[in-house]
Write a protein that binds this ligand. Structure first.
Ligand code: ADX
Length: 170
């Protein structure tokens, strides 16, 4: 199984993924966190935020998840992954190998993410100091039929985890 979180920067993907990893450990599973920010620190530091680079970033994350799955790890990927076509590509890669792909859409609205602005990046994007920022001057396409859609404003982390586990039929 590959668990794929998508949503805007600041939507809560990493926080929820870390909590989910804890739950999976309790269930005796081997979770592996594959985080966009972490990938970009080293493995993907040659990439920027152009459409092509994002596609490559997502492809690499998917490839790692597929390798990890072979040794019994359940990858939890947290990438903005803004375009449907790129997410669907990873889904197809997984499903063609009989691996279940669970897409979790964190539908936290832009206004909330921008208000949180934990990294101060929205402010910089609005000031024109960062270009191609998702939600500001670069598109985000919500999934049409994700396995789970969660509002981090309406639910607690524990409630979110319960809903995710339900959809994973654990
Ligand atoms: S993705 O589009 O390729 O999936 P990824 O999840 O790896 O993006 O990286 C997103 C993170 O990079 C954001 O959470 C933010 O911290 C940082 N970042 C820096 N510049 C940008 C940008 N132009 N657009 C979005 N995120 C950016």
């Amino acid at each position: 199984m590959i668990i794929w979180f998508t949503g805007l920067s600041g939507a809560g993907k990493s926080t929820l993924a870390q909590a989910l990893a804890g739950r999976l450990l309790e269930r005796g599973m081997k979770p592996l966190l594959i985080d966009g920010d972490a990938l970009r620190e080293e493995l993907c530091k040659d990439l920027n935020f152009s459409r092509e680079s994002r596609a490559e970033n997502i492809r690499r994350a998917g490839a790692i998840a597929l390798i990890a799955e072979r040794s019994g790890s359940t990858s939890i990927c947290t990438l903005i992954s803004p375009l449907r076509i790129e997410r669907d590509l990873v889904r197809t890669m997984a499903e063609s190998k009989g691996i279940c792909f669970v897409e979790i859409y964190l539908c936290t609205p832009l206004s909330v993410c921008e208000n949180r602005d934990t990294k101060g990046l929205y402010k910089k994007a609005r000031a024109g100091m960062i270009n191609q920022f998702t939600g500001i001057d670069s598109p985000y396409e919500p999934p049409i039929d994700p396995e789970v859609e969660l509002s981090t404003e309406r639910f607690t982390i524990e409630e979110c985890l319960d809903l995710i586990e339900e959809s994973m039929a654990l």
